[in-house]
Design a binder for this molecule. Structure first.
Ligand code: URA
Length: 502
């Protein structure tokens, strides 16, 4: 322990994981390890151009000086050859391992030492190291989020160009300049979506070829390798011009949605300056007039304070930027439970524990909810449990993160997801747990819990039962009042079950 600094070279996450596992088992503290990458560049492919090194060649990174672990940090404790048996095993939750793996794709010179520090702290019992409220946790989450965003951007903004027929494989090529090491996972994404069509993606650091059956990674190619004119591109540009509506042009929004560094590699970007100037020269008014003219019916004016901004329609919760809550949350927490449940329980938003674990109602409020469900004779595995808002809204109070009630605009922004869940699950009864849930479920920002507690109401073709939020039952002062609130909750759950199964 302590003493001399151990130099360890790793080229990728799997090597880091094996080395880190051994170091942890041998109790080597972070300050006693010096992590390096082959070529010194700190990226997952090494800094040198050329084909990927074959296992066993001189280019393979040096193994750590201890026995190599068989598989995975989480596997078990393996003592180093020269040390006594390790006094403790190493268990790492899947959520932390996934975070470490994602953050490992973030380009930072100190990534391996930072990840080891996080693992070390976890092993020392400092579980807050995964939390946004912790300095290292915050950095870890921020790195992982930047990597996920980069992956998403690469899926969205990479443009394949078709090579002339008869020139052999690959049929499509693309050039992209990712800010982080996301090429392997992005390659998997395209391999799964493009069938047997062959393609190649070149980046400044590495290249991947899909031959229709397998992926092959090599070092970087020259930038010009992806410069190909294609007929498909001409068609796409014509289409892009035809769907462009100058009345809706907002250059600031356009640039904030598609980060500027991607524009140069997107063929449609070349059309934009021209279209922007057309819009400024009056096409905007004309476009608007014709679009409005096509609409039928009466014009209903909307008060400015009620007008909602146009929001993105993301495909996955991870991508959701419909309001600002994603920025401070560890992760979005989706609903979960029986796929076609007859009863859906809707809470307010994830709490501290839910935010860390990624599942709804797993903290103290969840324990109370489980108690109420058991008393009502409802098996939790038969219901679907979700929240009106999918990201944890909090404010710092010392080292703690204190829950903050979501604002109406956040409830509205998140209704998009609740609607999707209602449609997919199709419950007969929705139980609104507390006031935020009730407002979301009834789509009425003025709905008050006390007005709906007495009896179920019908809304949008299903029954809605309103009751207290479990956190209210936990914090209401006085044993009698607590018992009364719990009994009311149990009663509401019984009523929901009766409607659902009668
Ligand atoms: N409170 C909620 O409303 N939902 C949760 O998932 C946890 C606490």
């Amino acid at each position: 322990m302590g003493g001399r600094t151990q130099p360890i070279a790793v080229a990728g996450f799997d090597e880091w994981r094996a080395a880190a596992r051994e170091l942890i088992v041998r109790r080597v503290p972070p300050e006693s390890v010096q992590w390096t990458s082959p070529g010194g560049g700190g990226d997952l492919f090494g800094a040198q151009p050329g084909p990927a090194p074959e296992p066993g060649t001189a280019e393979q990174p040096a193994a750590p000086q201890t026995t190599r672990a068989a598989e995975g940090v989480a596997a078990a404790s393996v003592p180093a050859a020269s040390t006594p048996p390790a006094p403790f095993g190493l268990r790492v939750p899947r959520a932390l391992m996934e975070l470490l793996q994602t953050a490992a794709c973030y380009r930072a010179g100190d990534r391996w030492s930072f990840l080891y520090k996080v693992l070390w702290r976890w092993q020392q019992g400092q579980q807050e190291v995964m939390s946004m409220a912790d300095e290292d946790g915050n950095r870890l989450q921020t790195m992982a989020r930047a990597v996920r965003r980069e992956e998403h951007d690469m899926h969205a903004y990479l443009r394949f160009r078709e090579r002339p027929a008869g020139e052999g494989a690959p049929r499509f090529v693309a050039w992209f300049e990712p800010a982080h090491d996301v090429l392997p996972q992005v390659a998997q994404h395209f391999a799964a979506r493009m069938g047997r069509a062959t393609w190649l993606i070149a980046t400044p650091e590495a290249t991947v070829l899909w031959d229709g059956a397998a992926l092959h990674f090599t070092g970087p190619l020259a930038r010009g390798a992806a410069d190909i004119e294609d007929a498909g591109e001409a068609l796409w540009l014509t289409y892009y011009r035809s769907i462009f509506n100058p009345a809706r042009l907002n250059p600031d929004v356009m640039h904030s949605h598609v980060r500027t560094r991607f524009w140069k590699n997107m063929p449609e970007a070349a059309l934009v300056p021209d279209m922007v100037s057309q819009a400024a020269a009056g096409a905007r008014r004309v476009g608007q007039a014709s679009a409005v003219g096509r609409r039928s019916g009466t014009t209903i004016p909307i008060a400015p304070e009620k007008a909602q901004p146009e929001r993105q329609q993301p495909h996955t919760l991870d991508e959701c930027r419909r309001c600002e809550l994603w920025e401070r949350a560890t992760q979005a927490v989706p609903g979960e439970g029986a796929k076609k449940a007859r009863i859906m329980l809707v809470g307010e938003q994830p709490g501290d524990q839910e935010d860390l674990q990624g599942h709804p109602f797993v903290g103290p409020a969840g324990a109370l909810l489980d108690r109420a469900l058991a008393q009502a004779g409802v098996d939790r595995s038969t219901v679907y449990v979700t929240n009106a808002v999918k990201h944890f809204k909090w404010e710092p109070r010392g080292k703690r993160r204190l829950h903050k009630t979501p604002a109406q605009k956040e409830i509205l922004a998140c209704h998009y997801w609740l609607e999707g869940e209602l449609e997919q699950v199709g419950p007969r009864v929705v139980v609104a747990l507390g006031s935020t849930a009730l407002k979301a479920v009834l789509e009425d920002s003025h709905a008050a819990l006390k007005d709906y507690m007495d009896q179920p109401v019908q809304h949008a073709g299903r029954w809605v039962v309103a009751t207290y939020h479990p956190a209210y039952v936990l914090r209401v002062p006085g044993a009698d009042e607590k018992a009364r609130a719990l009994a009311a909750m149990v009663e509401a759950l019984r009523a929901a079950a009766k409607i659902a199964y009668e």
